[in-house]
Ligand binder design. Sequence first.
Ligand SMILES: [Zn+2]
Length: 191
Amino acid sequence: MPGGFPEFRLGAVLATSFTGTLSERYGEPVERIPTPRRLVDWLAVNGLAVDSCTAAQLERARELRESIHATATAAALHEALPAAAVGVINDCSSNGRAAAILTTEGSRHWRLGSASGVDDALGVIAADAIEIIAGDRDGRLALCASPTCRAAFFDTSRSRTRRWCDMNTCGNRQKKARFAAKRRPVSPVAR
Ligand SMILES: [Zn+2]
C-alpha cells in the first residue's frame, strides 16, 4: 500500500479500470481513490495527467464511476439502462474538452485543458464507457464471477469466456478457495 492507500489495479480498458478503483462492492469495499491526490495519481497512471483536483471534482468522479458501474452492469445483464446513470455519463462526456493528439510516433495522447483538467479527463473516461456499453468495440461486457465483487469488465479474450474482472485478485482467490476445498478432509457422516 503506497502511502497507506490501496494500490491501483491496472487494466487495458480505461472505463472499467476506472470502475475498478472501487472493488469488493458486495463484500468489504476497497476504495482506491479515497482522496483528491489519489485520483490525480490514478489519472496520471492512465495517461490523463492533471495538475490538481478538488474535493468536489473527486465527488463528481466517483459519481461518474458508480454511474458507469450501474450502466455497464445493466448492459452485461441485457437489462434496461438506468436513466439517471446514463445522464451522468452523458453530462461528463459533453462537459469534457479533451483533444486527441497524434504523436509522430503514431500513438494517441490526450491533451487536457490546464483549468479544466479533471473535467476533461472524466470526459475521456465517459466517452470510453459509452464506446464499450454501446458495443462499438470488439469485446463483451461481463460481470466478475466473484460474489463479493461482481464488477463489470470488458472481455476481449478470443473465446469470450473470461470469468473474473482481474486474474491477480478475484481469479486467484477463487482458485485458492477451490484448492483449499479439495484438500479439506471429508467431514464424518452424521449418524
Ligand atoms: Zn472481480
